[in-house]
Design a protein around this ligand. Structure first.
Ligand code: NAD
Length: 361
């Protein structure tokens, strides 16, 4: 199979970590008989330096012509970088917001995986984390409270602010379908999170999710109120497989879930649209504090590449091969500095990429 992949190396540690992810992708393609064709795309600070803007129309068109895009991170140090002297619409992050919008990336996927080998980094009690956990948070990204009408007015002499939370059934249906599709590739359980005891939007959410669930008889569906979910994430994270939720609840819960895994350098993410197209990137930023030092952890980007193979190309065996190689490297005691602990062997970014590529089988 020919994989047409757009690559945004980005800023800061972006080029270092993406290079390692491409190395692992190339090796996986070699072992499984595929070819990777890469189109290099400029976005963020790297695009500002060349074109004066964080994303050009040509780059959007080039991204569209690919099957998926793999991205490092964009942005710099806001206190020192000249990119932040520009007006907000010209700064690096504006490129990311625009590409998400242009490509209609409405479904955000953030896995929160606690590897048994890294459980020392988890702030939860040992009895809770024994054996690790593995969940996927699927957050609606383009609707709800963050995109609703808002205004601040003075009413009877009192300042009053309004934010409206709106979802229509089509928006709920398309994200729910994505959630169930992903559960079919995992342990076949969906926990739909809402606040249906209070909000109309949540009651509609629940109704539509149930309709969608009828088309997936193999997937177990449960509903959970968001306040309970926030508690359950720290009380018993193992119970979750796919958490399906709306924009604001997902924003908060995905940060909570990633914190309990303990390390930002390990967290992959993806944003998908209605087709198989997706943008895959590490959850962390461009880490300007360690850029150029060769010490960044490339694993989040490598795991993002595995997600890309699974969700955009339906190459589950190949994605498993990457995830297994990451587990093996961790089991054998290799660590980048951010996840280093006593008795383990510290390696740099490049060595970590070499080791993972070497374990692809
Ligand atoms: P950050 O995630 O870049 O860094 C936070 C801390 O985590 C730093 O100490 C950093 O060294 C560490 N870290 C992050 N990724 C790491 C990795 N792979 N390996 C080892 N350590 C890692 O967050 P920040 O400092 O708040 O933001 C820096 C820049 O990144 C800003 O310009 C911000 O806007 C941008 N940013 C971009 C994205 C994106 O591209 N999607 C996301 C978040 C932040």
């Amino acid at each position: 199979m020919e994989l047409r992949i757009g690559v945004i190396k980005g800023d800061g540690i972006g080029p270092e970590i993406v290079t390692e992810a491409m190395k692992v992708l190339d090796e996986t393609a070699r072992v499984y008989g595929h070819t990777c064709g890469y189109t290099q795309l400029l976005m963020g600070g790297a695009s500002i330096d060349v074109h004066g803007v964080p994303l050009t129309d040509e780059t959007v068109a080039a991204a569209r012509s690919c099957d998926a895009v793999l991205m490092g991170s964009i942005g710099g140090d806001a206190r020192t970088s000249p990119w932040y002297q520009l007006e907000p619409s010209k700064r690096p992050e504006a490129g990311l917001l625009r590409i998400r919008k242009e490509l209609n990336l409405f479904a955000n996927l953030r896995p929160a995986v606690l590897y048994d080998e890294l459980k020392g980094a988890c702030p939860l009690k040992k009895e809770i984390t024994e054996g690790g956990f593995d969940m996927m948070i699927m957050r609606e990204l383009t609707g709800g409270l963050y995109f609703g009408e808002r205004r601040t007015v003075r009413e009877d002499g009192v300042m009053t602010a309004y934010d409206s939370l709106t979802y229509n059934e089509n928006e709920i249906r398309r994200i729910a379908k994505r959630g169930f599709d992903i559960a079919m590739k995992r342990r076949k359980k969906v926990t739909s999170v809402d606040k249906a005891n209070v909000l109309d939007s949540s009651r509609l959410w629940r109704k539509v999710v149930e309709e969608v669930a009828a088309g997936y008889p193999e997937v177990a569906l449960e509903h959970m109120l968001v306040d309970n979910c926030a508690m359950q994430l720290v009380k018993d994270p193992k119970q979750f497989d796919v958490i399906l939720t709306e924009n604001m609840f997902g924003d908060i819960l995905s940060d909570e879930a990633s914190m309990v895994t303990g390390s930002i350098g390990m967290l992959a993410s993806a944003s998908l649209n209605e087709t198989k197209f997706g943008l895959y990137e590490p959850s962390g930023g461009s880490a300007p504090d360690i850029a150029g030092k060769g010490i960044a952890n490339p694993i989040a980007t490598i795991l993002s590449a595995a997600m890309m193979l699974r969700f955009s190309f339906d190459l589950d065996r190949e994605a498993d091969a990457i995830e297994n190689a990451v587990s093996r490297v961790l089991k054998e005691g290799y660590r980048t500095i951010d996840i280093m602990s006593e008795g383990k062997e510290q390696v740099d970014t490049k060595k970590m990429g070499d080791l993972i590529a070497g374990y692809i089988q």
